[in-house]
Design a protein around this ligand. Structure first.
Ligand code: FPP
Length: 258
């Protein structure tokens, strides 16, 4: 097997909005569900490529809090696909050292889906090579609101609620902030994904439709990332600011640099 390319800087955490499944299917005169199915295959290959390239955290937007507005048939197709995908790929993911975590509101999803997702989370809990967070029934605003609610329930005083405190209540408090946020499918927006966590993420937009996104497309994104100068609000290395030494306040998102 060919060795993956090496980059001067590899992001520790890559987040992806996997957009374009529907258009991919339409181009082939097929139902949208076929595009979602091909989207799962693309995800499986990107997870493998991420493991091979030493990415530690991969977070994917699988189903947003707004996706319930889609036609019933498409929503139920996505739910069945999710169940099938988990059953089909869990053993291999486990063997590759992938830990699955779910970010999102699981309270109002069907027990069948919730149990399958929590089961995948539990079965992979001891893995540490790559943490794959599946954002399901997730919205960035929901995440911020639930963090504030938890903090209030814990009785935090207003003065105690600083950036670090609020970060600790976000659903992905276990992960560093994303270094690189990729969106496929040609749209140039965040669509309510990781709003809090992406404050200093490098954004990469690709016209590639998600089912066509593969290891070589990921490498293009990684190569672009390696050329970006991250300043975290400082003046950067050329201006010799403190940013050359440190990152954003409350952020742990320093790239691994290997
Ligand atoms: C956006 O494409 C994609 C989604 C809403 C779902 C992404 C899901 C997967 C890749 C499969 C893995 C996840 C599950 C839940 C099985 P779109 O449908 O908006 O495409 P379009 O913009 O071309 O219409």
């Amino acid at each position: 097997m060919a060795q993956p390319p090496t980059f001067e800087t590899v992001p520790r955490h890559v987040a992806i909005v996997m957009d374009g499944n529907g258009r991919w299917a339409r181009k082939r005169m097929m139902p949208r569900g076929v595009g979602h199915k091909a989207g799962v295959d693309a995800l499986v290959s990107v997870v493998q490529a991420s493991v091979d390239r030493g990415i530690e955290y991969l977070t994917v937007f699988a189903f947003s809090s707004e996706n319930w507005k889609r036609p019933e048939e498409e929503v139920s197709g996505l739910m069945s696909l999710l169940l099938v995908a988990v059953a089909k790929h869990l053993t291999k993911l486990c063997a590759d050292g992938v830990r699955i975590r779910i970010a999102g509101d699981l309270e109002n999803v069907s027990p069948k889906i919730r149990d399958a997702l929590l089961d995948a989370q539990a079965k992979t809990a001891a893995n540490s090579r790559l943490t794959l967070t599946v954002a399901f029934n997730y919205g960035g605003r929901w995440d911020i609101v639930q963090a504030c609610q938890k903090a209030m329930r814990d009785g935090l005083a207003a003065a105690q609620l600083d950036e670090a405190a609020l970060s600790s209540y976000m659903t992905m408090a276990y992960a560093p902030d994303p270094d690189l946020l990729i969106r496929t499918g040609g749209e140039v927006r965040l669509s309510n994904f990781l709003l809090w966590q992406s404050a200093y993420a490098e954004l990469y937009f690709s016209d590639c439709l998600w089912p066509d996104f593969d290891a070589s497309q990921l490498d293009q994104a990684l190569s672009t990332f390696a050329q970006r100068e991250r300043r975290f609000g400082d003046v950067g290395e050329s201006g010799q600011g403190a940013g050359a030494l440190g990152g954003a306040v409350g952020s742990t998102d320093q790239p691994s640099g290997h």
